[in-house]
Design a protein around this ligand. Structure first.
Ligand SMILES: [Zn+2]
Length: 355
């Protein structure tokens, strides 16, 4: 049942309404940051459709269908062939694909097309999750379009991504987008304590340092995250308070140091949540709604001096940079350019609107 999942009350309402009306779209696109529950919500949709004893159109969570849908049979790490195929749950009508080597492959999409055309083997609907849908390339996106154009009535595709801007417009236009919000510290804390995942004191600390991501609250890598936030807060300070360009360039340099190479995109994510928080504060949002509520004393002076329209532009600049990173291998130059553009606040380039 959706109530068992943390946060995103609005998403729960929307999905419940779709299920109740019996008009769940053939293709859904779940967007939102990492660790906010997109995959769990998608599996919950699959349960609702296939549950043997549904309650109010939701999965009961206890019948054998519900229980088997929970279990995804991920292959062994080095089993390349298996990763290139549909990874099934213990239920024969529910499976997912992930990008084996940073790219979703044409063969995977062809397999989905073939499987989606079968009637359900056991349940009432076949459900396929396409995780990391931003990793579709032109060829695999085109292969997927064939299913999206005419999805069989008993099959549903759920595309999942933290970066919807990377999807082709032809894909976007055929999916109904459902946006997930970052979780609030309260939502994370409640979830951690309700399910007795950690003791209440630890729950409080983790919830407040998790940057809106349940995945992070659970992963335990809070030390890395804390230092990432500290570094990105420095960037925001240099942009708004000190307006110190030398400091900005030093930060850009640090972001590109070898030891942080694997954290590059995570750090951009962190910067984005900090900007969004300062922006929200400047619009008068309650601190409890912030992702980084524990940094209120640092964020407040920034938001006091922040022009809200600048913050909006910055987020667009960061998204643009993410797109450039795919083709542009010189991160250092791109990061310098990003920070200086943000400092100079040139209007964001025109980019296609995501809907
Ligand atoms: Zn059930």
């Amino acid at each position: 049942m959706f109530d068992q999942l943390a946060g995103n009350a609005r998403v729960k309402e929307v999905l419940k309404r779709m299920l109740e009306s019996g008009r769940l779209p053939g293709a859904l696109l779940f967007t939102g940051e990492e660790g906010v529950g997109k995959r769990l919500f998608a599996l919950e949709v699959a349960r609702a459709l296939n549950c043997r004893t549904p309650r109010n159109n939701e999965g009961c969570g206890e019948c054998s269908s519900c229980k088997r849908i929970e279990k995804i049979n991920y292959p062994e790490r080095d089993d390349a062939d298996e990763w290139n195929q549909i990874i099934w749950t213990d239920h024969p009508d529910v499976g997912l694909v992930v990008a084996p080597k940073r790219v979703l492959r044409v063969e995977q999409m062809r397999q989905i097309e073939k499987e989606a055309n079968f009637r359900p083997f056991e349940g009432k609907a076949r459900v396929f999750l396409i995780d990391e849908a931003d990793k579709l390339n032109d060829a695999s996106a085109n292969a997927l379009l064939k299913v999206l154009e005419e999805p069989p009535r008993t099959s549903h595709l759920i595309l999942i991504t933290a970066r919807p801007a990377m999807l082709l417009p032809t894909i976007l236009s055929r999916c109904q987008m459902i946006r997930f919000a970052p979780l609030t510290p309260d939502e994370i804390e409640t979830h951690l304590t309700k399910h007795k995942l950690v003791d209440s004191k630890t729950a409080r600390i983790r919830a407040r340092a998790a940057g809106g991501s349940m995945g992070r609250a659970l992963s335990g890598d809070l030390i890395t995250f804390t230092s990432q936030r500290k570094a990105m807060l420095k960037v925001l300070n240099a942009l708004v308070i000190s307006q110190n360009r030398a400091e900005l360039l030093r930060s850009a340099e640090q972001l590109n140091e070898a030891q942080y190479k694997d954290e590059f995109e995570e750090r951009l994510d962190v910067l984005e949540t900090l900007i969004r928080d300062a922006w929200m504060l400047s619009l008068g949002v309650r601190p409890s709604q912030l992702v980084n509520e524990d940094l209120l004393s640092e964020l407040q002076p920034i938001s006091d001096k922040l022009d809200p329209s600048r913050a909006g532009n910055w987020i667009l600049h960061i998204e643009d940079m993410r797109e450039q990173l795919i083709v542009n291998i010189n991160r250092k130059v791109t990061t310098d350019a990003l920070f200086l553009t943000m400092a100079g606040d040139v209007a964001a380039q025109k980019r296609p609107k995501v809907r």
